[in-house]
Design a protein around this ligand. Structure first.
Ligand SMILES: [Zn+2]
Length: 375
């Protein structure tokens, strides 16, 4: 009975993951947007609103206040969510605002035509700081955004076709649905976790599995777009990293304790989804050492005498016995099998398993290594 209910649970979980996969990207409407809840400014009390400065509150503190003149909403033009940014000269306006030293953090420039916009600041201090800025659905085709900082902001569905985002930073930025065709993306910083990825982890911890699956699916999609963009640019180290993350996100959507998920995890540990030859080496070394320890306790035979750990032996004797076992383990792993040492008892089972895994692992290493090297 318990078997059947377990199977039913697993089936249920599979259905949940299927239904979420059909959700569209619109389910996450620009979370980088600044909330306007904390701005209860009543203009009737302020007959001269232009004497007031913008009420923009930076999440990182008052050092990033905005000195722009506030309109009726209490915000300057750039920080006012309700000011439309769809007029023709918005690009020139933004460039001029940036050049004057206006507060670029947290600006809201949704659905704007920013084709060819130049937001590159040279000299000390680095590029422009556009943290918390929202460029939802903006057209940033051919934009120059070298070294700019978009941390914690949103570029959701923005069009970065042909843009140069070389060295730009997108840590915790919403990159869902961003178009990256022919975008120069070398050396971009996206942090260890995407915004959706960290939110997904929080949701999973709280037990909201449906939300977590949706967020992991969005993360998978973002990593796929980033991988394709880096492949198109010929940056294969980055593409390899994004592929690894993409497949990890896919794994997170699989039902917990399923064979599929266990297999995926094994492949990741073994070789980082075929992207990490170093993992194959670490795995091999760990296996060799682990088997040597087993032989040391189970015993192997050399010229009719048993070589194994014994409390009666001196430390030096035990040390030499262990080094013999380590040697035997290497010879077995590489399927060399000189035959000077022979396994006895349970050691034979371990030796057979090690030889089988060893030949497989060496072949795997060659595949992963060559794949990396021939790019
Ligand atoms: Zn402002």
């Amino acid at each position: 009975m318990s078997n059947r209910s377990e199977a039913a649970q697993e089936k249920g979980a599979a259905i949940v993951s299927d239904s979420t996969s059909s959700k569209t990207q619109d389910s996450l409407e620009s979370p980088g947007a600044i909330s306007s809840d904390n701005v209860p400014l009543n203009i009737s009390e302020h007959p001269e609103p232009h004497h007031h400065t913008c009420q923009y509150l930076d999440p990182d503190g008052k050092t990033h206040a905005c000195s722009g003149a506030a309109g009726e909403s209490g915000f300057c033009f750039w920080h006012d969510e309700n000011q439309p940014k769809d007029h023709e000269d918005i690009k020139e306006q933004l460039e001029a605002y940036a050049k004057q030293g206006g507060q670029l953090r947290g600006i809201i420039v949704k659905r704007a035509d920013l084709k060819d916009v130049n937001l590159v600041r040279h000299g000390p201090g680095g590029g422009y700081d556009l943290s918390y800025a929202n460029f939802y659905r903006s057209n940033m085709t051919n934009a120059h955004l070298f070294n700019a900082k978009f941390d914690n902001g949103s570029l959701m569905k923005a069009d970065l076709h042909d843009a140069n985002i070389h060295c730009a930073s997108f840590i915790n930025c919403n990159l869902l649905g961003v178009k990256l065709t022919d975008t120069k993306i070398d050396n971009i910083k996206i942090g260890t976790l995407l915004q959706q990825e960290s939110e997904g982890r929080v949701a999973e911890r709280k037990g909201d599995l449906e939300k977590a699956l949706d967020l992991y699916e969005q993360s998978e999609e973002i990593y796929r777009d980033l991988r394709k963009a880096s492949e198109a640019q010929g940056i294969f180290t980055m593409a390899g990293y994004f592929l690894q993350k993409e497949l990890t996100m896919r794994r997170f959507q699989m039902p917990m304790f399923s064979t599929q998920r266990a297999m995926s995890k094994t492949v990741d540990l073994f070789c980082g989804y075929g992207e990490s030859p170093i993992r194959v080496i670490f795995f091999s070394l760990a296996l060799i050492l682990w088997c040597a320890i087993i032989y040391f306790y189970m015993g192997i035979q050399f010229a009719g005498e048993t070589v194994a750990y014994s409390a009666q032996q001196t430390f030096a004797d035990n040390f030499w016995a262990f080094s013999d076992c380590l040697y035997y383990s290497v010879v077995t792993f590489t399927t060399l099998g000189y035959g000077d040492f022979i396994p006895i008892g349970m050691s034979r089972l371990i030796a057979a398993t090690e030889a089988f895994t060893g030949s497989f692992t060496i072949a795997l290493f060659v595949v992963v290594f060559v794949k990396k090297m021939t790019r």
